[in-house]
Structure formats: structure tokens, C-alpha cells
Design a protein around this ligand. Structure first.
Ligand SMILES: Nc1ncnc2c1ncn2[C@@H]1O[C@H](COP(=O)(O)OP(=O)(O)OP(=O)(O)O)[C@@H](O)[C@H]1O
Length: 232
């Protein structure tokens, strides 16, 4: 289980996160929604140890990312915008480089590239990839260790309809193996099809924390819930 407890983050006098608490359970896809600047990326960065919290805790089964041991990739796979490979590295080389550092067999790199539909393009350099191909490579990295936790920050950006459907089906399948998936996105219609639980942030505060079925009963669609509750 991912537990976010009383999490706050300030930048100067700006409250990026203000006393946010929720849980993401195993076997479920938890969607994190909110307008631009709501605090979603800040929360995911703190969870992944990329930024420190001002107060509160973000943990995986009670352990902060920094407490996950020498090989946190075995516990948490992540897709975070901005963590880019070297432009002149091929997709396959990029995965090999990560695999080498973490004792993952190279055969798993081929497997993941096949899974994300990038195997044919594995020997092309990153700089020649389309936006969607770059997203797919990022997802290949995230699933390399088949970790029990998967954190995805805006994984649908830049994907074509076939890619979006693939990510959707993949996420659902991933969680069905008793793994915990936490995904942020602005694509409400897509999240509605994949999320079990939805947490909404607005101005750094939690304003929504419900099962998708409850939201659909109450608002008819996730988009409507977003406009009624999340968007100020
Ligand atoms: N390093 C930083 N320094 C100062 N302010 C920051 C920093 N990082 C984020 N913020 C601010 O914190 C707030 C939350 O930003 P964050 O990127 O977490 O939002 P978000 O919900 O991910 O937005 P988006 O949907 O646009 O990605 C914003 O007001 C942002 O300007």
C-alpha cells in the first residue's frame, strides 16, 4: 500500500501541497487528478525521493523511498516526465544501461521493448523517436523490474489512440496482479475506464478521494466530477 500522510510542501510562501493524506491500495489503479499546478507532480516526486517534503510522509508499506534498500527499482517502477535518456543512446542501450546497474537480465529489456511495441525500433537513437515512442520507452523503463508499485506521471501525453488504449489495458492488467498503480493524468475519459479509485487535488489540497463507482453514481462521469469538485 502507498500511504500519503499529512504531506505538505512549500516553495517560499507557495503551498504546493497542503496536508494531503490518502492511500493507494494493492490490486487497484489509483488516479491522481487536478488542474495544472495542483500539486500532482510534486506529490509523486516526493514519493519517489526526488524532492523532500516540508512535513508529513509518503511511503510504500511504511517505508520512504530512501528506505527501500540499495535497489529501489525492485520495489517501485516509475515513469516521470523529465528523466530523459541521452539523445544519442538507442532505446535498447538505454534499457541495458539501467539493467546493468540493477542486475536485470538483458533478455528482460527485449521483453519490455516488445511489450511496449518498440522492439523494431530498439536500435534507433532516442533523438529520432517520436513523442509517442519516447513515452513508450519511458514505460518500458518503468516496467523493467515488474515491481509491486508502479508510479506514472502523465503517461498518456503524446500517445496516439492505439498507444493510449495499450497503456490503459496495460495499467489494468498490471494492477490485477495485486500490484499498486498510482497514475496522474488530465485524460478524464481514459482514467474513468482504468481507475478503481480517484484522488483529486486543487491548489495543493485534497478535494476528492472516492471509488470510481461512487463518483460515476454521483456525477455520471469522471469529467463531471472533475468540473464539479476538483476544478475551482
Ligand atoms: N521547484 C519549484 N519551485 C517553485 N515552485 C514550484 C516548484 N515545483 C512546483 N512548484 C509549484 O508548485 C505548484 C504545484 O506544481 P506541480 O508541478 O506539482 O503541479 P501539477 O499538478 O503537477 O501540475 P501540471 O498538471 O501542470 O503538471 C505550482 O504552483 C508550481 O508552480
Amino acid at each position: 500500500m502507498i500511504e500519503i500522510a499529512g504531506l505538505s510542501k512549500t516553495y517560499g510562501d507557495k503551498h504546493a501541497l497542503n496536508d494531503v493524506s490518502f492511500r493507494a491500495e494493492p490490486g487497484e489503479v489509483t488516479a491522481l487528478i487536478g488542474p495544472n499546478g495542483a500539486g500532482k507532480s510534486t506529490l509523486l516526486h516526493i514519493l519517489l525521493g526526488l524532492e523532500s517534503a516540508s512535513s508529513g510522509m509518503a511511503a510504500f508499506d511504511g517505508k520512504r523511498y530512501s528506505e527501500l534498500g540499495p535497489n529501489p527499482l525492485m520495489t517501485v517502477g516509475s515513469f516521470i516526465d523529465g528523466l530523459m535518456p541521452y539523445p544519442s543512446r538507442t532505446g535498447l542501450n538505454h534499457l541495458h544501461w539501467i539493467a546493468l546497474g540493477d542486475g536485470i537480465p538483458f533478455s528482460r529489456c527485449d521483453e519490455c521493448l516488445r511489450l511496449v511495441g518498440l522492439y523494431e525500433a530498439r536500435n534507433r537513437t532516442y533523438k529520432t523517436y517520436s513523442l509517442g515512442m519516447k513515452q513508450r520507452l519511458g514505460i518500458a523503463v518503468a516496467i523493467l523490474t515488474d515491481a509491486p508499485y508502479l508510479i506514472l506521471d502523465e503517461p498518456l501525453n503524446g500517445l496516439d489512440p492505439e498507444g493510449i488504449k495499450w497503456v490503459r489495458d496495460f495499467i489494468k492488467d498490471y494492477a490485477s496482479g495485486h500490484r499498486t498503480v498510482l497514475v496522474s493524468s488530465h485524460y478524464m475519459a481514459e482514467l474513468e475506464l482504468v481507475a478503481d479509485h480517484v484522488v483529486g487535488l486543487s491548489n495543493g489540497r485534497k478535494v476528492l478521494d472516492d471509488d470510481i463507482d461512487t463518483l460515476l453514481d454521483g456525477y455520471g462521469s469522471l469529467e463531471q466530477a472533475y468540473f464539479n469538485v476538483v476544478k475551482e
